[in-house]
Design a protein around this ligand. Structure first.
Ligand code: ATR
Length: 280
């Protein structure tokens, strides 16, 4: 009988995870199916316990469930997910334990590594201080990056930097206002956009233009809709290297796949599947 995997969220109909994981299962000849389920926050615990009872192979959680999951007594979060304050992957152990992980930060790290960025010692400017920024910054600080978080609401950047610093990770983290972005970029190696600027339908907005960027930078936009954001176009015009949000989406999914199955999934095929789904 097919083993079922799934993603829970609300809204969920546009999720690219089913196409990505089903392509991987099929290529590996695994008798598994991955489906999207619309689950409201107040029903999350029942849904997870139901999935466990029905023998699901594993789950992903997305908006608005990642933070809610951490409050559920049925889930045992791993230390990184606990620090981040959000769970995006659930593993059903044979012992009956339900474990919660967060693979978003690892997805971002691997997307940067694919672009040959050496994270340790890198000067990274992260724009935005929401949930995505939190996961990415905890991971990159653990890997020894020197991070400045810039945010429209400066207090949020300072608060996030303080939280990460309290975890005593190898990397240094500071919080600043968005108005300092231009100056900070002059000495930076990497810019990561975690804000919603440039995301469909606001495709003309960007946190930086070509005149603020330079050829020594790698510019990574976690927004993948549109595929090439205005920020990535501005980065190309300045001679900077670019990393698209699709890489992070695929690598966070690949990491979840490994946690569920212990098998390395076909990452290139997953990426191709996501790109095709986005173009369609
Ligand atoms: P997520 O959890 O997906 O990261 P979020 O918590 O809503 O989403 O965070 C969105 C981020 O985009 C925030 O850093 C937000 O800045 P504020 O903290 O000041 O709200 C940023 N953002 C959204 N719209 C923006 C805009 N027009 N200009 C600059 N930053 C913006």
């Amino acid at each position: 009988m097919k083993q079922v995997f799934g993603v829970f969220g609300d809204p969920i109909s546009h999720s690219l995870s089913p196409a990505m994981h089903n392509a991987a299962f099929s290529a590996l000849g695994m008798d598994c199916i991955y489906h999207a389920f619309r689950v409201k926050p107040e029903k999350l615990e029942k849904a997870i316990l139901g999935a466990e009872a029905m023998g699901f192979g594993g789950l992903n959680l997305t908006v608005p469930l990642k933070e809610v999951a951490l409050k559920l007594s049925c889930i045992k979060p791993d230390p990184l997910a606990k620090k981040i304050g959000a769970v995006n992957t659930i593993v059903f152990e044979e012992t009956g334990e339900i474990r919660g992980y967060n693979t978003d930060g690892l997805g971002a790290k691997q997307a940067l590594q694919e672009a040959a960025v050496e994270i340790k010692g890198s000067k990274i400017v992260v724009a935005g201080a929401g949930g995505a920024a939190r996961a990415i910054n905890f991971q990159l600080a653990a890997d020894g990056a020197d991070i400045t978080i810039v945010n429209r609401t400066e207090e949020r950047a300072i608060a996030l930097a303080k939280d990460i610093s309290a975890a005593a990770l190898p990397g240094k983290v500071e919080g600043r206002g968005l108005s300092e972005l231009k100056d900070l970029l002059q000495n930076a190696n990497v810019l990561i956009n975690t804000t919603t600027l440039g995301m469909h339908p606001n495709i003309d907005s960007t946190i930086a233009t070509a005149d603020n960027l330079h050829s020594g930078l790698t510019v990574f936009d976690i927004v993948y809709n549109p595929l090439e954001t205005r920020l990535l176009r501005e980065a190309k015009a300045s001679g900077a290297k670019t990393v698209s949000g699709v890489s992070m989406l695929v690598y966070q999914g690949a990491e979840a796949f490994r946690l569920w199955t212990g098998i390395d999934p076909p990452v290139e095929l997953m990426k191709k599947t996501v790109l095709e789904a986005l173009k369609a």
